[in-house]
Every structure is written in C-alpha cells, then in structure tokens.
Design a protein. Structure first.
Length: 280
C-alpha cells in the first residue's frame, strides 16, 4: 500500500489528533480488556501496528515495564515520535514494506487492517510471533451501521452518508465489513484459542462514537461526495444528526479477535508423514 492510499493521509495535525483521541476514548477500554486476557506481563515484547495517537503504545509500555519493549510502527509518526518512554521504539514505515527485527509475544492492531488493500500482511505477522504469542486485531464493520431514530430528513442523509462510506472503501479495493470476516481469517491462519467479540453501541448524538464519525465525515467530506452517493448537504445533516442528543443510531461495530500461535514442536511435515505411515 502506498502512503497516499491511506484515506486520512492529508489531514491537519490538530483535527486528526482530536479524531484519533476520540477513537482511543471509544476503543481503549475494550482493547485493554482483550489484551489483559492474553496474560500480558512485565518483560513482554509487543508490536503495535498503526499506533495513531499512541494511547495503546503508552499503555502497553507501562504494562510490560522496563524489562519489556513496545515497537510502534506507523506510516506517519507525527503524534508518537516525541515521547520519553525508554522501552518504546517508534518506526515510521509502511507495515507492508518494513523488515522488523526480533519476534514478539503480542502483536496488536486496531482500525488499521481495513485501510490495507489485502490481508497478506497477516502471514508476515505470524512469522513475527513467538510460539504461543498472541495476535489481537480489532477492526470496524460498517455493515452494522443503521439509523434508529431521528427526523425523516436525518434518516435519508444518514443512509446516504453510510452508502458513501461503504462505496469509498469499495472504490479503494477495501472491505468496509472487514471486522466480521476477522474470525474466519484468523482461523485460516491456524491460530488457536480464538476469541471473538463484537462491540456494537446503540449511540445518541453527541456521544463519543457519534463525535468520532462526525469528525471523520468532516475530514473525508470530499471523498464521500466523490462517490456520488452523498452530497455536501447530506454530510451537513449527518453532522447535525451526530450532535443531536435525541437522535439514535449504530454508527459502526468494532470486531475484536484474538488468537494464539501454535507451539512449534519442531516436527516438520515430512516427519509427520513418516510418523503417520502404517507399520509394514
Ligand atoms: C484509524 S487510525 C487507528 C489508530 C490506532 N490504531 C487506534 O486505533 O487508535 C489508523 C492508523 O494506521 C496507520 N496506518 C495506515 N496504513 C498503514 C500502513 N500501511 N502501515 C503502517 N501504518 C499504517 C495510520 O497512519 C493511522 O495512524
């Protein structure tokens, strides 16, 4: 993936930081819970992909302590490069291109895979995991979006903006419903102990998730309009809907999936074949 393909590439520092901080407020509690369930402890080596504004990077750094380490990779490290954490290494790179040294006890990415053209990166990540290491991935599912209550005008615009969001991803060759496919994708990677959660909030206007989607709509207005599915007026009404405390909707779901890499017993396929051959 080239940098220009990331939809939020040309955003201004302050507005993108605000948007990412709202995303962190919405998602961090569930991410902490999921990662704690892996048994993360001091001394662990962690990889945070697409670290954004860095709250998960900082939380993991605190959790693994000075005997552990967090490697944080992002296309653009403007929000995380100036930190005073001795156990954090920040790498500015495309995760598809970079060669990372070492292996990890935990690899985490949230709202990142949906921005990549395919999931080929997962095979690479599997090689970077230690045996029994954990992969924790949390991705949006925009097929869960629905208007619940508000004015007929709001309903029309919310539905049009939703279509524009889906079309924008589709036009880029990306899957707007990637979240719901994650369990099957991780299963195909032969990860073990797969655990799945689907976080879907029924949210009123002015809630954090509504603010998140409003900030995204403001930043991506041109891209939504370019799909031909929504107009500037629709986006303005969508933003009013997202501020209206009496209007309710499901803005998106986040599907969190975690799985553990199989222990490498050092038995290769040829050996397995020999072992399974009937005695003559
Ligand atoms: C929607 S933000 C999510 C940020 C953070 N993971 C969170 O959930 O708070 C996506 C992040 O992934 C980064 N990103 C997108 N494509 C990437 C790639 N190919 N390689 C590395 N980082 C990427 C973006 O720069 C951005 O910081």
């Amino acid at each position: 993936m080239t940098e220009s393909a990331y939809i939020f590439t040309n955003t201004q520092f302050k507005s993108e930081l605000s948007r990412l901080q709202v995303l962190e407020k919405v998602c961090d509690p569930a991410s902490h819970r999921r990662i704690l369930a892996t048994g993360i402890t001091s001394g662990w080596q962690c990889l945070e992909i697409g670290a954004g504004a860095g709250s998960m990077m900082r939380w993991m750094a605190e959790t693994v302590g000075t005997t552990g380490k967090v490697t944080a990779v992002d296309l653009n490290t403007r929000f995380i490069k100036d930190n005073d954490l001795s156990n954090v290494e920040v790498i500015e790179a495309d995760i598809n291109q970079v060669t990372l040294p070492g292996v990890f006890d935990l690899i985490h990415m949230r709202h990142v895979l949906i921005h990549l053209k395919d999931q080929a990166i997962l095979t690479k990540l599997l090689k970077l995991l230690k045996p029994q290491g954990w992969l924790v991935i949390e991705e949006p599912d925009f097929s869960a979006t629905r208007f619940i209550s508000g004015t007929p005008l709001q309903q029309q615009s919310v539905e049009k903006v939703h279509q524009a969001i889906c079309q924008m991803f589709t036009n880029q060759g990306k899957d707007y419903a990637l979240g719901i496919k994650l369990p099957s994708i991780l299963q195909q990677l032969e990860l073990q102990q797969i655990q799945v959660e689907n976080d879907v909030s029924i949210a009123a206007g002015n809630s954090d998730i509504a603010r998140l989607m409003k900030l995204s709509a403001q930043q991506l207005a041109e891209k939504y309009i370019a799909t031909g599915k929504a107009t500037l007026t629709d986006i303005q009404i969508y933003c009013q809907f997202a501020e209206d405390r009496t209007a309710w909707g499901i803005y998106l779901a986040t599907v969190g999936v975690m799985g553990q890499k199989l222990v490498d017993l050092g038995i290769n396929k040829a050996t397995i074949h020999k072992l399974s051959k009937p005695h003559s």
